[in-house]
Design a protein around this ligand. Structure first.
Ligand SMILES: Cc1ncc(COP(=O)(O)OP(=O)(O)O)c(N)n1
Ligand SMILES: Cc1nc(C(=O)O)sc1CCOP(=O)(O)O
Ligand SMILES: [Mg+2]
Length: 217
């Protein structure tokens, strides 16, 4: 991507989106982020549901530095105030989070807003809703990262692909290098992962392999 690329240009080019908590020592966290961003992650979200805002902001400084070094997008989960304070590129909102118009009223038009969807009507709505820049569909498989969340499976990925929307969308939930071909066959061209990278022996290499396969479909 050229240095002049906008956040929306970078989103349009994105293939691998990583959500990660911050449970690594500070130096290790910066090293981990450098490895995965150099490897091929395009967007990184700090997703740590137990963290209070002040602690989240402290960690986000490390994330923001890493994203700036690599020219990649920084995402904040759930909280518009934290996204604003951190200077994030992206705010990700689930079905029960702040409504998109409320987030836009707080943050304006420059920030990218993403939306989670778990059923066909939600995906169809997110594909056209004003103010939404991208959406995610899942979980593709039940996942311990999001316990108790019913998995609509690859059927929702096939449905979303058939919408033929120009809006970027990502498959999420239980995706790894072992089942990526099934996700691609269902029609996804972008994925969000947690464990496939955070629990890999070599997170940078895992990010690189995911990116290579998604970019050469
Ligand atoms: C990129 C991305 N996709 C989906 C989610 C899940 O959002 P949500 O359904 O609001 O659940 P929580 O992550 O907030 O528990 C996400 N965070 N990021
Ligand atoms: C955070 C999250 N959201 C989901 C959704 O379906 O909206 S699935 C999920 C967890 C994905 O983790 P892993 O890659 O480790 O399975
Ligand atoms: Mg949420």
């Amino acid at each position: 991507m050229p240095d002049t690329a906008t956040a929306r240009d970078r989103l349009a080019d994105a293939r691998v989106y990583l959500c990660t908590d911050a449970r690594r020592r500070q130096g290790d966290l910066a090293e981990f982020l450098d490895a995965v961003l150099a490897g091929g992650v395009d967007i990184v979200q700090l997703r740590d549901k137990g963290m209070e805002a002040a602690e989240e902001l402290e960690h986000l400084e490390i994330f923001a530095d890493a994203c700036a070094r690599h020219g990649k997008l920084l995402a904040v989960n759930d909280r518009a105030d934290v996204a604003h304070a951190a200077g994030a590129d992206v705010l990700h909102l689930g079905q029960g989070d702040l409504p998109v118009p409320a987030a836009r009223a707080i943050l304006g038009d420059d920030i990218l807003i993403g939306r989670s969807t778990h059923a066909e009507p939600e995906a169809a709505a997110a594909a056209v809703q004003e103010g939404v820049d991208y959406f995610c569909t899942g979980p593709c498989w039940p996942t311990p990262t999001k316990p108790g969340r019913h998995a609509p499976g690859l059927g929702l990925v096939r449905y979303t692909a058939a919408l033929g929307t120009d809006r970027p969308w990502f498959a999420i939930g239980g995706i790894d290098l072992g089942n990526l071909d099934e996700v691609l066959a269902a029609g996804a061209r972008r994925v969000v992962v947690v464990r496939a990278i955070t629990e890999a022996d070599d997170p940078g290499a895992a990010a690189g392999e995911l990116a290579k396969r998604l970019r050469h479909v």
